[in-house]
Write a protein that binds this ligand. Structure first.
Ligand SMILES: *[C@@H]1O[C@H](CO)[C@@H](O)[C@H](O)[C@H]1NC(C)=O
Ligand SMILES: *[C@@H]1O[C@H](CO)[C@@H](O)[C@H](O)[C@H]1NC(C)=O
Ligand SMILES: *[C@@H]1O[C@H](CO)[C@@H](O)[C@H](O)[C@H]1NC(C)=O
Ligand SMILES: *[C@@H]1O[C@H](CO)[C@@H](O)[C@H](O)[C@H]1NC(C)=O
Ligand SMILES: *[C@@H]1O[C@H](CO)[C@@H](O)[C@H](O)[C@H]1NC(C)=O
Length: 475
């Protein structure tokens, strides 16, 4: 009996030794969420962690990606960052990257399917012409939308003020997106549509149906029926001072992964995540990995990953945005305009007869040769190219599962998918999807992972439900 008892003691101690060893953290996805959670884990961990990142494609960055169109590169996915996005700013500085400076001289027009219902002028080259055009443009937008513009700014800045509270140090780790949002008084905005909240705030129907609808179509491929939270983030994404990383935003993910020394496995598509005793086994087409903690840093809505046992995921649809890059020239005839009066950025009203959400000039080579980016909800076909462009030399088409399809009231999958050590960063995207919100969510997940791990390592063998005394009696 004494011998057996000692043996049982040894077995229990052995079973527990991994708790004190280096933890294996597996991150699935190498976009902003995956890269930032690696960064925050290294930043906050008291003990060394072994961090491995698995990426299904052959590149890092996820939905931050460049395309090359006839020798020039352009952002194909997440393209702009707000001046108040503190994590992105800090990472850019930490990694020694440079920021682009915005150029707000582009002209803008709202197309309703038959005409431009609102249009700003393009600034000339001289300082005088620039200043004059800016003043005229400001006056014309104020003339059309009036006081509602201030109400729109108040609504958006209210969201930003609350959002800035998220950056305070010493914030707790939240188990759910609801609690995280409630802690900064933003949850409410996910429970009503943007349209409802803007009408309540006293905005005019005209501003909602034109400028705000155009903004939603450009930034989220949707209309004002999205939640008030996603809507406010989208309006903020059309404010001044927006920036991007020189050479491509994907370098944020790349730089963070290098900075944290995480091991990176490209071309590793996860097929299944299986809970095995206190650990997880990730299965790939080419092998397996064993992890103490798994962090899912990719939207699971369209992924074919099998969870064994199954996990607590709410159904969500991703909004697909078809992004088409074209080198050529728009057809002025289609817009009933001349080459000189077609706006650099064409936004559109919500009308199923309009076959695109927006068209913008990315680069002008000369008066008849430009690079364009088109967003549409359906593929932008060759027939449409022939109709809307007078010339088109080269075309690149990307079908992004770009962001969730938003509605209100919004519901959220939990951060901890199995109540143990399986986490999900992209549940936060149901509030708002952006480069910065991925980092914000990743920071919360890093805090959760570490608080759960440290709670776990305090466990004594007896809390496993088998005390030495019980075993001894059975024998
Ligand atoms: C950032 O800009 C500085 C000054 O123009 C330049 O020397 C440096 O090489 C740039 N760094 C990167 C990463 O582009
Ligand atoms: C949330 O919104 C409802 C309805 O607009 C309002 O009655 C309530 O006071 C709001 N709560 C908070 C915390 O803002
Ligand atoms: C806005 O989008 C929603 C959801 O896709 C759709 O049901 C609704 O018809 C759209 N609104 C308009 C005015 O088209
Ligand atoms: C990464 O590795 C380098 C060289 O081994 C080391 O100097 C650096 O501190 C490490 N960074 C982190 C975040 O662990
Ligand atoms: C503009 O560029 C295209 C191709 O780069 C060239 O064929 C065309 O002649 C140029 N047009 C003018 C007006 O310079």
């Amino acid at each position: 009996m004494k011998k057996l008892c000692a043996l049982v003691m040894i077995l229990l101690v052995m079973a527990c030794t991994p708790c004190h060893g280096q933890k294996d953290i597996c991150i699935v996805g190498s976009g902003m969420g995956g890269a930032s959670v690696a960064y925050f884990l290294k930043e906050y961990a008291q003990a060394p962690l072994q961090i491995s990142i698995f990426e299904q494609s052959d590149r890092v960055g996820g939905r931050m990606s460049l395309v090359e169109l006839e020798g020039d590169t352009f952002e194909a996915g997440g393209s702009v960052i707000h001046p108040k996005n503190l994590h992105s700013l800090k990472f850019t500085e930490l990694l020694g990257l440079n920021r682009t400076t915005g150029d707000d001289d582009d002209s803008f027009g709202i197309w309703d399917g038959t005409q431009f219902v609102f249009q700003t002028a393009r600034a000339g080259d001289s300082i005088f012409s620039k200043t004059f055009t800016q003043i005229m443009n400001t006056l014309s937008i104020m003339w059309r939308y009036g006081l509602s513009l201030w109400k729109m700014q108040t609504y958006t800045n209210g969201m930003l003020d609350n959002f800035m509270q998220i950056y305070k140090d010493d914030r707790p780790a939240f188990d759910t997106v609801e609690e995280l949002l409630k802690s900064v008084d933003l949850y409410n905005r996910t429970q009503y549509t943007l349209e409802e909240l803007l009408l309540e705030a006293g905005l005019s129907r005209l501003l909602i149906d034109e400028l705000i609808t155009v903004t939603m179509r450009i930034n989220y491929g949707q209309n004002v029926s999205i939640s008030g939270m996603a809507g406010a983030v989208s309006i903020a994404g059309s404010q001044g001072g927006l920036w991007a990383v020189v050479g491509g935003n994907w370098q944020l993910a790349d730089g963070l992964i290098r900075h944290t020394n995480a091991s990176l496995s490209l071309n590793h598509k996860v097929v299944s995540v299986t809970a095995v005793e206190e650990k997880y086994e990730l299965a790939f087409e080419q092998g397996t990995a064993t992890c103490d903690v798994v962090v899912m840093a990719t939207p699971l809505d369209e992924s074919k990953i099998t969870f064994i046992p199954s996990v607590n995921l709410l159904k969500r649809h991703m909004q697909h945005t078809y992004t088409t890059f074209v080198r050529g020239l728009l057809n002025p005839g289609y817009f009933g305009a001349t080459c000189n009066t077609i706006p650099d950025l064409i936004g559109t009203k919500e009308d199923s007869k309009i076959p695109f959400s927006s068209i913008s000039v990315l680069k002008e080579y000369n008066a008849t040769d430009k690079a364009y980016k088109i967003f549409s909800r359906a593929p932008f076909t060759d027939e449409l190219l022939d109709l809307i462009f007078s010339t088109h030399r080269s075309t690149i088409r990307i079908d992004w599962p770009a962001y969730p399809h938003y509605s209100a009231p919004e519901r959220f999958s939990p951060y901890v998918l199995d109540g143990k050590h399986l986490y999900y960063i992209n549940t936060f995207e149901s509030a708002a999807s952006a480069i910065e919100t991925a980092a914000v969510s990743a920071q919360n997940v890093a805090r959760l992972v570490l608080s759960h791990l440290s709670a776990g390592s305090l466990r004594t063998p007896s809390v496993k439900g088998v005390s030495v005394q019980d075993v001894d009696d059975d024998l």
